[in-house]
Design a protein. Structure first.
Length: 257
């Protein structure tokens, strides 16, 4: 089939200063999860660099990262091909995440500063007593990011922490999309505050078995919620492609295979 460029005009989605690779990777993941970049389509480095107003280097680095997570397959000097993403992929990736984070939780037990756990426990307890709205959801997601990052940083194994961090970027992107899609239910399908509180409580009690078991249950539950909200449950008033924010045209950086 032809691999010539589309002539369609499409809006720019520039990245800001900071970790450009991570920003580009998150944008690419979002487009794949929303279905704007479809399975079998080719992503072209130069076109994506133009869309994100970045140099080709962070785009190549981001595609390498997505390839390591199985979201794309790299083509020598030709960009990458988007791979299918659906319930089966969520289950597979969640299984990898479970193996990594359950072990990290067990190893982090007794290593995390007590004061940081106390603050998290207090914030989670407070959230559990508040009505779920947009402000509540933003706080819940921020605490989620802090908790999983805190465990990874304190697991005592640098390579384990680095591997967890790679998967956390993917799951945070999926999480943010899922929470926004679930807003119409007042986040009833996305509420993981009780699960996070159980993890923190066990960590404060320095109970490694209870903490790792709580993390196991949380990741299993999170995978089920992601699958339900994004694929198998009632769709609600919006689909992932209707979530707003900066949009890249479906043809932006995408060529037929």
């Amino acid at each position: 089939m032809s691999t010539e460029s589309h002539e369609t005009e499409w809006p720019k989605e520039p990245v800001s200063r900071g970790n450009l690779r991570q920003q580009v990777a998150a944008r690419l993941m979002t487009a794949i999860f929303q279905g704007r970049f479809r399975s079998g389509q080719r992503l072209v480095v130069q076109d994506l660099a133009t869309a994100y107003q970045a140099s080709p280097t962070p785009v190549r680095e981001a595609l390498l990262e997505l390839a390591s997570l199985g979201l794309v397959v790299l083509l020598p000097n030709r960009g990458a091909i988007v791979q299918p993403f659906g319930p089966e992929e969520i289950r597979e990736i969640s299984e990898v995440r479970r193996l990594l984070e359950v072990e990290a939780t067990r190893r982090a037990c007794g290593r995390i500063p007590e004061e940081e756990l106390r603050v998290l426990e207090s914030e989670l307890t407070d959230l559990g007593q508040r009505p779920a709205d947009q402000e509540w959801d933003a706080r819940a997601r921020e605490i989620d990011t802090r908790l999983h990052g805190l465990i990874a940083r304190n697991c005592g194994i640098r390579r384990l922490a680095a591997e967890i961090d790679r998967y956390l970027l993917l799951f945070r992107t999926l999480r943010d999309l899922s929470h926004r899609r679930d807003a119409w239910t007042n986040y009833s399908r996305s509420n993981d505050v009780p699960e996070h509180l159980a993890i923190v409580t066990a960590l404060r009690e320095v109970d490694a078995e209870a903490a790792s078991a709580a993390m196991y249950r949380h990741i299993q539950s999170a995978a089920q919620k992601l699958e339900e909200v994004n694929f198998t449950g009632p769709p609600g008033p919006a689909t992932l492609g209707d979530l707003g924010g900066a949009q890249v045209h479906p043809d932006a950086g995408v060529h037929p295979r």
